[in-house]
Write a protein that binds this ligand. Structure first.
Ligand SMILES: C[S@@+](CC[C@H](N)C(=O)[O-])C[C@H]1O[C@@H](n2cnc3c(N)ncnc32)[C@H](O)[C@@H]1O
Length: 337
């Protein structure tokens, strides 16, 4: 049984935080943060705990201090806390939606690698804290919203119908994550300033996890070959295929260049691939797409004829071949025309 407990859950039990038991967060946190354990990370948690009791709380802060022995732990609570001092834990008093306080916390203790919102759980506070604090995360940092279920609860200002402001924030995060796809549908769509910094969005029971990082991948619909992510992907594909060429890999590479609007490069690769795999369906299909894009009807006919040797009864190919032949040789005008 003991073996089933991860080290963070064990610390949660020892220090008496509700992050394990009433909630089920610590195994998720251990999965997310175990790789950082030995690093001098900076963690900010909103909500010391203990509520109106000044001398109570700090359970999760003690847990984090033990879990990250090199870590610097910071917390904010609306109640002025009087807890025994700890050399690596610092507390601030104030509300999580107070912009001036959040700026001071960031200036004194940031930038943060991890921010956890376990404060009031009032949706408008959660959104205000996210808007102020997400930009202060380090690149690759993680922002966690605990107890997001209050977004569904009217007594917290949430709504069962649409999840209120917290679910709206999640929707915004997912839109930002997919900004390149959203603009395919609506070029004028307005994004918040952090749109290109949301690298991932994860949802667990009562928990949202948002990772900050580069989010410049292009849309596969409007594929931009100059996009740094596309440049890197093409470099790796070309290097790998040079080392170990495959027909399927070459067909995909041809398609990527076509998507990116470079039929000349696509043709070079298609010509090379056809020499090596003259009767491969994937290569012939990709080469056919190149020929069609370039308006090269003889090449189209050649690919279609070879594809029909592989699948003689394919009516789609038969029709495409008939169409291509008609374009090459328009039908004889009928007598009297
Ligand atoms: C759930 S407890 C935190 C528990 C603690 N993080 C733990 O896991 O041991 C929530 C804390 O948030 C504080 N709080 C409530 N409203 C707040 C606000 N607007 N800003 C900052 N803290 C607030 C409460 O005083 C309470 O101590």
């Amino acid at each position: 049984m003991d073996d089933a407990i991860d080290p963070l859950t064990r610390l949660a039990i020892r220090h008496g935080t509700d992050k394990w038991g009433p909630h089920f967060y610590t195994p998720v946190y251990h999965e997310l943060f175990s790789r950082l354990r030995d690093r001098p990370i900076r963690l900010l948690e909103i909500g010391v705990g203990g509520y109106e009791l000044k001398t109570s709380g700090g359970a999760s802060l003690a847990m984090w201090a033990d879990y990250f022995p090199e870590g610097q732990i910071t917390s904010i609570d609306i109640v002025e806390k009087r807890l025994p001092p700890h050399p690596r834990i610092k507390l601030f008093q104030g509300s999580q939606d107070d912009a001036a306080l959040l700026r001071r916390v960031r200036d004194e203790r940031g930038p943060f690698d991890i921010i956890i919102d376990d404060g009031s759980h009032v949706p408008k506070h959660v959104v205000a804290s996210f808007q102020h604090l997400f930009p202060t995360l380090t690149d690759g940092g993680t922002y966690v919203i605990e107890d997001m279920q209050t977004g569904f609860w009217p007594q917290f200002g949430g709504s069962i119908l649409h999840g209120g402001d917290i679910v709206k924030l999640a929707r915004t995060a997912i839109e930002c994550l997919n900004h390149a796809e959203v603009v395919v549908a609506d070029r004028t769509h307005a994004f918040p300033p952090f749109a290109r910094q949301i690298k991932s969005f994860r949802a667990y029971h009562n928990l949202f996890v948002i990772e900050k990082g580069d989010n410049h991948e292009p849309s596969n619909f409007a594929y931009d070959l100059k996009n740094p992510c596309a440049v890197k992907a093409l470099q790796t594909i070309e290097q790998e295929l040079q080392r170990a060429p495959t027909a399927a890999g070459m067909a995909n590479l041809i398609d990527v260049y076509l998507r990116g609007g470079n039929p000349t490069r696509a043709k070079e690769i298609a010509d090379r691939a056809l020499m090596q795999w003259p009767a491969n369906a994937a290569v012939l299909t990709a080469a056919h797409h190149v020929a069609a894009r370039r308006g090269d009807i003889p090449a189209e006919i050649d690919c279609l004829e070879r594809l029909l040797q592989i699948e003689p009864d394919n009516v789609v190919l038969q029709r495409a071949l008939a169409d291509a032949r008609t374009q090459l040789e328009p039908p004889e005008p009928r007598r009297g025309d």
